[in-house]
Ligand binder design. Structure first.
Ligand SMILES: Cc1cc2nc3c(=O)[nH]c(=O)nc-3n(C[C@H](O)[C@H](O)[C@H](O)COP(=O)(O)O)c2cc1C
Length: 185
């Protein structure tokens, strides 16, 4: 935990560095954030694995099944909100942006090949995620169902809980750079 409030100017880089660390480490509590979106029935939220991060492109990447309800909903409304919380550091980060669906092409291929066979096999189930199970279903084509969700982030909301005070900052991507300011927690 921070003993002192960090310098505001360094916060955007600090956030992205921590996100990059979280994508690289399965033990990091930020490795399995919640990803929220809107569908025709209202808000939806679920855990995902943070697979990759690019600070330069402002992107957070996860994977899903192209047949999943979230993929369908994001095609209609690509707005997303990510939620990260580290209970030891008592550090929350919210990230708002827009999801792009990458099914074919170099990026999706690279993401697919980076997966272990066990993770690839998850995409072989017969029928979409959420479908009722019946007897005798067989595995389908794994790669066909794989989808990379690349979310470009426009806003970050950083909240550090402290013993005596909490610190919160709003970070916005404006005019080609991150603008950050302290706000009331
Ligand atoms: C720790 C954890 C990690 C998960 N990672 C993913 C993931 O990376 N991608 C994914 O599609 N679902 C993942 N899931 C499952 C989702 O939370 C969710 O149950 C599933 O994707 C169906 O969501 P939907 O009906 O909104 O499409 C994960 C669940 C848990 C508990």
């Amino acid at each position: 935990m921070h003993a002192e409030r960090p310098a505001i100017a360094g916060l955007p880089a600090q956030c992205w560095q921590r996100l990059e660390q979280a994508a690289a480490s399965a033990d990091d509590p930020w490795h399995t954030p919640a990803l929220a979106n809107l569908d025709k029935d209202g808000p939806q939220v679920r855990c995902v694995v943070l697979r990759a991060v690019s600070a330069a492109e402002r992107t957070l990447i996860c994977h899903t099944d192209i047949r999943s309800p979230k993929a369908r909903a994001l095609a209609a409304d690509p707005r997303v909100s990510w939620l990260f919380y580290d209970p030891v550091a008592r550090l929350q980060l919210r990230a708002k942006g827009t999801a792009e669906q990458l099914h074919s092409g170099a990026f999706a291929e690279q993401q697919w090949h980076a997966l272990h066979a066990g993770s690839q096999a998850l995409y072989g189930q017969d029928g979409p995620p959420g479908m009722a199970l019946t007897e005798g279903q067989s595995a389908g084509q794994e790669r066909t169902h794989f989808l990379a969700l690349r979310c470009q982030i426009e806003q970050l909301d950083w909240l550090q809980l402290g013993r005596q005070a909490h610190w919160r900052a709003a970070l916005r991507w404006r005019g080609g750079q991150w603008q950050a300011q302290w706000i009331n927690p």
